[in-house]
Design a protein around this ligand. Structure first.
Ligand code: TXA
Ligand code: MG
Length: 328
């Protein structure tokens, strides 16, 4: 057990990493739970703190392209173009791993995901650590990802020595995971397939189940708050959500509607209207899921178009709904 300390002192946090400790740190996407990627014991402690299955690999965070080159077997021209266009930023590149990276980081796979986070505290911290930092999102497995230092504190209090609290996450959902070999997006994010194509030309867009399982994390339950989430998709989202909401409220359940496109006709505090601003929705999603715990029985979320950032948002919502998807 630790007396978990919340700090903005990157020297203190980097010193802890050098002692083989686990440190949570802010990024522009979600908070990460970091360890020295070359220290197997430290990486194991990350899996333990999260309760993460051993076959689900971690993303390696770097502070420069030079450092990225130390964790992959070869640095291709496409990787260089993507890194120069999107780093620091929310794009993780999957490529053959360097032998120096322990198998525990890659979940036994021969590839690694690597990215340079776009957050001042993260970059300063990684630079001071002097080693690349392996980090998953800083939540207990299956829970919504943390986008504020307080989320990490609630979840990880006592389990880790430090939280590097660099403010709220600007993007709010995890990075795009792009596989160099199959030229496909394994996890959509705020860097979209269109963005990637503008830099390296056509990529493989028909991601099937087989490809999805290339990213082991996609098969596990995710983003689940302590109440029921119902996602409404299809042609008549407004009408269907209204009906479902009314009948649930009549049975005495405490309900709330997250209305991404601002189309449901329910007034009052029980509707959060994002007016079609999918970037704001992404930024606030996990905090909204977490902050409604304890006073909510059901959350109805209206679906949005699966394009651009909408695709990334719908990917998270379909998981959070854990099968409670109503097609209207
Ligand atoms: O924005 C992010 O990506 C955040 C911050 C902390 O950087 N990290 C994050 O990590 O979301 P995590 O562990 O929650 O999700 C990593 C995803 C998982 O779906 C995992 O399976 C996939 O990336 N992944 C990691 N390494 C991989 C690899 N070698 N091949 C395929 N997928 C990989
Ligand atoms: Mg995660």
């Amino acid at each position: 057990m630790y007396d978990t300390v919340m700090t903005t002192d990157t020297d203190l946090c980097a010193a802890a990493i050098k002692r083989g400790r686990v440190v949570a740190f802010s990024t522009e996407t979600v908070y990460g739970l970091g360890a020295d990627c070359f220290n197997e014991e430290a990486v194991k402690a990350v899996f333990d703190a999260k309760g993460r299955p051993a076959d689900n690999p971690l993303i390696i965070h770097v502070c420069s392209i030079e450092q990225a080159k130390t964790v992959v077997k070869s640095w291709t021209q496409d990787m260089d173009m993507l890194a120069r266009n999107f780093w620091p930023g929310p794009l993780s590149l999957v490529a053959k791993k360097a032998d120096a990276v322990p198998d525990i980081v890659s979940g036994g796979k021969d590839t690694v995901a690597v990215r340079m986070p776009g957050n001042f505290y993260a970059l300063d911290f990684i630079k001071k650590c002097g080693v690349p930092i392996a980090a998953p999102s800083a939540n207990t497995s299956t829970r919504p990802s943390p986008t504020k230092a307080i989320h990490v504190l609630k979840d990880m209090n006592g389990k880790i020595p430090y939280i590097l609290g660099g403010g709220d996450c600007a993007k709010g959902i995890e990075s795009t995971v792009y596989d160099m070999e199959s030229r496909s997006v394994l996890r959509p994010g705020t860097v979209t397939a269109e963005d990637i194509e503008r830099v390296i030309g056509n990529i493989n867009r028909d991601l099937d189940e087989r490809d999805a399982h290339k990213s082991p994390g996609t098969k596990y339950p995710h983003y689940s708050p302590a109440y029921k989430v119902v996602l409404v998709e299809g042609e008549n989202i407004a009408k269907k959500t209204h009906e479902l909401y009314n009948s649930a409220v009549q049975t005495g359940l405490k309900c709330v509607i997250l209305d991404i496109d601002g189309q449901v006709d329910v007034n009052g505090d029980s509707r959060l209207n994002y007016n079609g601003d999918v970037n704001r929705f992404a930024r606030e999603l996990y905090d909204t899921l977490i902050s409604h715990e304890g006073n909510t029985d059901v959350m109805f979320i209206t679906g949005t178009a699966k394009q651009g950032v909408g695709l990334a948002v719908m990917n998270r919502l379909e998981k959070a709904a854990a099968g409670n998807i109503v097609i209207s």
